[in-house]
Write a protein that binds this ligand. Structure first.
Ligand SMILES: Cc1cc2nc3c(=O)[nH]c(=O)nc-3n(C[C@H](O)[C@H](O)[C@H](O)COP(=O)(O)O)c2cc1C
Length: 358
């Protein structure tokens, strides 16, 4: 069950829109058998009437058909390094790691994508669009066009969700090589929100800084190990004059800071990158111990992805959308879309025409 609170009334919301994003999460080169089990669908249970939100919490139900497989047998005691197995078993006193491993599974990100789709729908009402693309898989790096020139339809078609069609085959070969070796690969993913108004977030509350909130949200995705706002990872070898986005009479020609300054959105697209580690479940398992006996064993293996970078972008979009929708409603408020629009348009009339990003 997914519950989304804080959505104003009169937002048009249908299950197909949410299903579209759930479907995007299930695709991608390198995914394993889990995705063959079912096509995710979020059944709207509450908060929507005749296609429009009511302002009350929106409840959505996503079935998990795999659940029946794990009810009795299939106990796991050969803990996997890099998963939630060992700390989960110790923390809760479990002897069957199944209890932790299923709950820590990225299966839960289906719920995030459903909630994120609601947030995206709200943001779209105000001209904000989110995208993502894969920057690298294993040792293969993309050389994507400038952000404004990316063909997002082509990215959607790409099996590796990559904006550089020249390296897509190499990325797939990297996934194949890892699979053949019984191994896994990770990658780097970029998430972009376009059309974000200036001034979301806060420079006066540490816990409302928009860059901090986005980092936390992206870092919370299973297997994410590093987050960068804009070109943050590249700035170590740059001087100040090479990094800041110069302000010309009401426009910026660069967006190295990734759309935030002082914890607030700056009016340029929001850009965040994250590293997703290679998956911990290896066909060629790593050394570990038996949870009950403490004897050395090979870690447990079961059906698993080889690379999860392509779907991780879709989850990243959802997480960024949730943070942005929150910050947006905090600034503009309102109980219905028309009321929020009045507030938004009143603010944009004072700042909007003065800002451009080219
Ligand atoms: C989209 C997605 C799919 C994943 N698929 C798998 C998988 O098939 N097998 C696996 O062992 N881990 C998979 N993971 C990673 C684990 O969920 C994650 O490593 C685990 O929860 C431990 O968390 P940590 O790596 O953040 O410490 C996936 C992660 C994501 C984002």
């Amino acid at each position: 069950m997914v519950i989304v609170e804080g959505v104003p009334a009169y937002l048009y919301l249908d299950e197909e829109y949410i299903a579209h994003h759930l479907g995007r999460r299930q695709r991608g080169y390198g995914r394993g058998g889990r995705q063959q089990i079912e096509r995710d669908h979020a059944h709207i249970q509450t908060g929507v009437r005749h296609g429009y939100t009511l302002g009350s919490p929106i409840g959505m139900l996503i079935e998990n058909r795999d659940w029946v497989n794990w009810q009795e047998a299939m106990a796991v005691d050969r803990i996997r390094p890099g998963h939630a197995d060992l700390p989960g078993a110790m923390k809760y006193g479990f002897h069957d790691v199944r209890n932790s491993l299923e709950r820590a599974s990225a299966r839960e990100t289906a719920a995030r994508v459903a909630a994120g789709a609601v947030a995206m729908k709200l943001l779209e009402e105000f001209g904000i669009k989110l995208h993502s693309h894969v920057l690298s898989i294993g040792r293969v790096k993309a050389n994507p066009p400038d952000q404004g020139a990316i063909d997002w339809d082509a990215v959607e078609e790409s099996p590796v969700h990559c904006a550089d069609s020249d390296v897509a085959d190499q990325m797939m070969a990297e996934v194949d090589a890892a699979r053949e070796a019984g191994d896994t690969v990770g990658g780097v993913v970029e998430v972009i929100a376009e059309g974000v108004p200036i001034g979301l977030g806060s420079h006066v509350h540490w816990d409302r800084k928009i860059d901090a909130k986005i980092s936390q949200a992206l870092m919370s995705i299973n297997a994410v190990k590093a987050v960068s706002i804009g070109e943050g990872w590249d700035l170590l070898d740059r001087w100040g004059s090479e990094f800041q986005d110069v302000i010309e009479p009401w426009q910026r020609k660069t967006n190295r800071a990734g759309g935030t300054e002082g914890g607030m959105t700056s009016g340029t697209p929001l850009v965040a990158r994250f590293v997703i580690k290679p998956i911990a479940t290896l066909h060629n398992p790593l050394p570990s111990v038996d949870l009950d006996t403490g004897e050395p064993v090979q870690a447990h293996f079961e059906r698993s992805d080889v690379c999860q970078a392509p779907p991780a972008g879709v989850i990243g979009e959802a997480m960024m959308a949730l943070v942005l929708a929150d910050a947006f409603m905090e600034k503009f408020g309102g109980d219905s879309i028309p009321e929020t629009k009045r507030n938004f348009e009143g603010y944009q009339a004072t700042v909007g025409p003065r800002l451009r990003y080219s």
